[in-house]
Design a protein around this ligand. Structure first.
Ligand code: F6R
Length: 622
């Protein structure tokens, strides 16, 4: 995945592009570049490395002076990160930036080679510049774009400059996001809204195969046949502060701190008169009563959020729920049909495998529900129904607040599901909802006591491998805690259902290997404790994450992280008593502790947690 931007207006274009790229750096950060019309001639500056390298290069070489241009931040797919493979790419009379994958680039390359074109990079994107040039013989940019996109297979968002048309930007898309920012006499294209949020909140969405032409006179949209179309102007409900670090050293830490607030905001949007109400999106009690099976389909952290949702829905509503990895679901010929509800969970709403799973579920007649944070995304727009989570822009590559609001929404759904199916009375739905409103306070408490997580991080900083174990909800949390830790610390980590370790993996346990045991669920606590003892007996260092009041036999636990979420049994407890949470809801504060442990370990290891190696924020390729 990459990020693209484009600008035309009265400001210094290079500054606006660099500013926009900084907001999109989460999409890719192995190289960057810009191309700007400087006195009617396109000048391109690009380099391998993070945006900082690009800023240094601009400072050394002098930035292109002009008011119209395009920019790119790359996450390499075809061709290693290098100066040559960085975007923008030019060939002949066309300069482009591209986000996506051109699947038939090899055959197009062969065709263009026969036509006399030669290539300097190893990218699939350069082919697009050549093809545009090939179809540009009549010097009609719109026609050249229309002809070119007919030939492209795969996904793309393209920003395009034609050398004969200074101060004009063209753009088109299919499968990859592209948004047109509409300011006062200035216009933007971008992969995501934060890139231009500083200048305008007004935007229009480009649909698949549409083309936009922007010059100083304004913006014109065209459909695939070149017919001009009108677009609805929308207003972003995100603030610029949400897309900035606001004094935090990293986006990830800022986003962790935002969690109490975004959980509350998301809940407020889902709750009416004290209970979850989804009737506004068509998810009525009648509908929920008729569902035979639920599938939750997602990738990575979003999939682990789905596991929490599964435990909650099955426990309360007694409906079978399968959690599926999207990249598997799309190819496994799943038994899914009309009576099933397929829930697609995604922060970005543009994950390629999740999009494909959505299409598959729809083609089999299942009802689809998106739980998505980016409301203009492909998944939000493609599903029959959509719960829009309100985390705001999530910039750090490792997902934190988006996971938190995903599980919040799935809990709310579980409560309503259970009520609709007659498994819990209205009073219990109300009580559970009130409990969920206690979560922000419990999460805040974890954040206020973050020095305990910092201490655990200091104990992990030099380890080479570690394990997470837990049962039920704690197992789902272990998977997420382990993923978070390994992706931003590069420490090898594995998560296991606590009872599973002894079926093979326990042979890896030796003296000093940390085993982080998530032990918040009282119904399985005794069982988890015996698994803890099994690994302790083989030399493991045990770090227990549990309720503050949980006691362990002497010598079992080396470090205890006690969460302040009440020690009383949840049965019959009043929601008004401080942070007290039902066991089922403990994942909300607990995951916050696991996120903080991962964050501080990353920082102590000298890694930038916002931009871990090899990763991009949204995975728009298979
Ligand atoms: C890990 C992480 C990823 C994403 C996954 C799905 O911290 O963020 O595992 O959860 O790539 O992305 P979305 O939610 O955008 O579909």
């Amino acid at each position: 995945m990459c990020g693209i931007v484009g600008y035309i207006g009265g400001r210094d274009c290079a500054d606006v592009l660099m500013d926009g790229l900084e907001k999109l750096e989460y999409r890719g950060y192995d190289s960057a570049g810009i191309a700007v019309f400087e006195k009617n001639i396109i000048r391109t500056v690009k380099t391998r490395g993070k945006l900082k390298c690009m800023a240094d290069k601009l400072a050394a070489e002098g930035k292109p002076e002009g008011f119209c241009g395009i920019g790119h931040t790359r996450w390499a797919t075809h061709g290693e990160p290098s100066d040559i493979n960085s975007h923008p790419h030019s060939n002949g009379r066309v300069t482009i930036v591209h986000n996506g994958i051109i699947e038939n680039y090899a055959e197009l390359k062969e065709f263009l080679t026969e036509k006399g074109y030669s290539f300097v990079s190893q990218t699939d994107s350069e082919i697009v510049a050549c093809l545009l040039d090939f179809y540009y013989d009549e010097r009609e940019p719109l026609r050249a774009i229309m002809e070119t996109v007919k030939e492209l297979r795969g996904s793309y968002a393209l920003g395009i400059l034609f050398k004969d048309f200074p101060d004009r930007v063209y753009a088109t898309r299919k499968g990859s996001p592209l948004i047109v920012g509409l300011g006062e006499s200035e216009y933007f294209i971008a992969s995501d809204i934060p890139a231009f949020l500083k200048y305008t909140k007004n935007y229009a969405l480009l649909d698949d195969d549409e083309i936009v032409a922007i010059d100083n006179g304004g913006v014109r949209f065209f459909d695939v046949h070149g017919i001009e179309v009108k677009k609805r102007v929308q207003t972003a409900d995100w603030d610029i502060e949400q897309a900035q670090k606001c004094g935090y050293p990293h986006y990830m830490l800022k986003e962790i701190h935002e969690q109490p607030e975004v959980v509350k905001k998301t809940l407020d949007s889902l709750v009416r008169d004290g209970v979850p109400d989804f009737s506004g999106i068509g998810l009525t009690d009648d509908f929920l009563r008729g569902v035979k099976r639920v599938f939750v389909v997602a990738c990575g952290t979003a999939m682990y959020a789905g596991m929490v949702g599964r435990y909650a829905v099955e426990k309360l509503a007694r409906v079978p729920v399968a959690v599926e990895i999207a990249s598997e679901f799309r190819y496994m010929d799943p038994i899914v049909g009309e009576d099933d509800l397929v829930i697609l969970v995604s922060q970005s709403g543009e994950t390629a495998d999740t999009i494909a799973s959505l299409e598959l579920a729809k083609s089999r007649g299942a009802k689809t529900l998106a739980v998505v944070n980016v409301k203009y995304s492909a998944i939000a727009r493609g599903a029959d129904m959509c719960i829009h989570t309100l985390a705001g822009p999530e910039i750090a590559v490792a997902s934190t607040k988006a996971y938190m609001v995903q599980i919040t929404a799935l809990y709310a759904l579980a409560f309503r599901f259970a009520y609709a199916r007659g498994k819990i009375p209205a009073d219990e739905m109300k009580r559970l909802t009130a409990q969920l409103y206690n979560a922000p306070k419990a999460i805040r408490d974890v954040i206020d006591n973050k020095d305990e997580c910092q201490f655990i991080a200091s104990q992990l900083v030099n380890v080479e491998t570690l394990f997470f174990i837990g049962r039920g909800f704690d197992y789902a949390l272990s998977l997420e805690g382990s993923l978070k830790l390994k992706e931003i610390t590069y420490i090898h980590s594995e998560a296991y259902a606590a009872g599973e370790l002894k079926h093979g993996t326990i042979s890896l346990i030796e003296r000093g290997i940390p085993v982080i045991t998530v032990a918040t669920q009282r119904d399985v606590l005794a069982k988890t404790v015996s698994n803890m003892e099994e690994v302790k007996a083989r030399g493991a260092t045990i770090i227990a994450v549990c309720r503050k009041g949980t006691e362990f036999a002497e010598g079992t636990v080396d470090i205890k992280l006690g969460l302040n979420i009440g020690d009383e049994p949840s049965v019959g407890c009043e929601p008004s008593i401080g942070c007290e949470l039902d066991d089922m809801l403990i994942p909300l504060p607990t995951v916050c502790a696991l996120q903080l442990i991962a964050y501080y370990t990353s920082v102590l290891r000298g890694i930038d947690p916002d931009k871990p190696r090899n990763l991009a924020k949204s995975v728009t390729t298979e």
